[in-house]
Write a protein that binds this ligand. Structure first.
Ligand code: EPZ
Length: 430
């Protein structure tokens, strides 16, 4: 099994280029099947989750052609099946975006119940509520979600929770429903806006994405387009935290600084310097961070996908910090691993109480999920001695070339898959 081995203690210095946003790419891929014409997508991240989605699409007859590492050409005029259930697709959450896409275009869809990161209960009641409001019949049978409708009709939908997934799914289906749908209490995340822009570039009529009321006038047909996915807010934020944790100086390029404001604000409050330019942010950390309190919230609040990374940084800050997770109840599983590295963190309910320590010490840890895995890597980069991070398949779901990008910033990290490699690494960096 592949793992990362890290020799900690080197400040990260230099420049890193951020890729396309995974959580925008996944619904955009699904939405690309809503036209029979060809769609060209650029800035597509080359990560496990997006690749699984592409192969699931190819399995049902979608013509998927990689025209470059980060560009893909999609044509869904020959779809042969409305049932999506291969063994890999089960593992990614975003498979359920095929329901919104197919329900919109074909008025029927059948998709295996999604998995995804195990970060807590992840109900889909708001998705079902939205599809039903548009006139679809939705059933869950034999592990599949089935949705069909004779016709989809616009509706006024009030989401009980500003769910990213439900907003996206409803937006796709409603784009091809009859009449004007209104989604209230819609999610405002950058990837929701990116999907709306993508659909609009295919001829959809969506207004208000990025606010909590989205208005969608259904159209009969969508057409081909060329589109570039936005930069990944969470990949960028992860490198910002890695720079801060290692007391480094990193310029994070190809970002939209506006999307990073809640992260930058916390870093500044902790005593870091964050310098913004048009499409880059530079994080400079020279001294020990100060404690701050953080509560994860929907956008534009501090993102839940950046919760483990900031906890790792605060674990080294002076004073006591409180980090409250308000979206997913099971997102502190990495705390046990961090404790093995010398962290002093207690979790009570949905709050982590963090008493900063002077240093982490290297240990063997394993990634419980994608973002927590990245956070443990950050801890390893600061730690005394060697850290191995197992189960890196989680990290590879959503970070392209994570180890390579870190190495380019001076980190001593390698991907290994044997004890021999481990010994070699230890000799090299002894
Ligand atoms: C998306 O998940 C992201 N995944 C997650 O990123 C991210 O953590 C999350 O949004 C919040 O920003 C993708 O985009 C593929 P939600 P999603 O629906 O859509 C509850 C990562 O690391 N809820 O906004 O599943 C739910 O339980 C991943 O990249 C319902 O109760 O998140 C949660 O408490 C992990 N009923 C809250 O809403 C529903 O029908 C927000 O979930 C739907 C959601």
């Amino acid at each position: 099994m592949e793992k990362y081995v890290i020799k900690g203690g080197t400040p990260l210095v230099g420049e890193v280029e951020i890729g396309g946003a995974k959580n925008a790419a996944l619904p955009i891929l699904a939405a690309a099947t809503m036209t029979d014409e060809t769609v060209y997508i650029d800035n597509m991240p080359d990560e496990a989750d997006t690749n699984v989605m592409l192969s699931a699409m190819a399995n049902i007859g979608v013509i998927v052609e990689r025209t470059g590492r980060h560009s893909v050409k999609i044509n869904a005029s020959q779809v042969s099946d409305y049932r999506i259930e291969n063994e890999y697709i089960k593992k990614i959450r975003a498979s359920y975006y095929m329901i919104g896409a197919f329900l919109g275009k074909y008025k029927k869809a059948s998709v295996v119940i999604p998995g995804g990161c195990n970060i807590g209960l992840r109900p889909i009641d708001q998705h079902i509520k939205g599809f039903s409001a548009l006139g679809a019949t939705v059933t869950i049978e034999h592990g599949m979600i089935n949705a069909f409708a004779d016709s989809l009709n616009a509706s006024h939908i009030y989401l009980d929770i500003a769910s990213v997934g439900a907003t996206i799914n409803i937006m796709m289906a409603a784009s091809m429903a009859e009449g004007k749908t209104i989604i209230e209490n819609a999610a405002k995340e950058p990837h929701v806006v990116d999907l709306a822009n993508f659909l609009n570039s295919m001829g959809a009529d969506i207004k208000g994405a990025g606010t909590d009321v989205i208005r969608i006038k259904g159209v009969e047909k969508l057409h081909g387009t060329e589109y570039t996915i936005i930069p990944d807010q969470i990949e960028a934020g992860t490198f910002m935290m890695a720079a801060a944790a290692t007391k480094g100086d990193v310029t994070i390029k190809n970002v939209i600084p506006k999307h990073l404001e809640s992260i930058s604000a916390k870093l500044i409050e902790m005593g870091c310097q964050v310098l913004e330019s048009d499409d880059a942010v530079r994080v400079v950390a020279t001294k020990r961070m100060r404690n701050v309190h953080v509560k994860t919230l929907p956008y534009p609040g501090y993102p839940t996908d950046m919760q483990p990374q900031i906890t790792v940084v605060l674990g080294l800050a002076s004073g006591i910090s409180l980090v409250t997770e308000s979206l997913f109840e099971n997102r502190f599983k990495y705390v046990d691993e961090l404790t093995r590295m010398g962290g002093n963190i207690k979790v009570e309910g949905s709050t982590a109480i963090i008493e900063g320590v002077d240093k982490y010490t290297g240990a063997e840890v394993s990634a419980p999920d994608l973002r927590a895995g990245a956070a443990l890597v950050i801890a390893g980069l600061t730690a005394e001695g060697f850290t191995t991070v197992e189960d890196i398949r989680y990290i590879e779901r959503g970070y392209e070339d994570f180890d390579m990008k870190l190495r380019e910033l001076g980190a001593q990290i390698e991907k290994i898959d044997s004890d021999r490699d481990l010994q070699k690494f230890k000799l090299k960096f002894a």
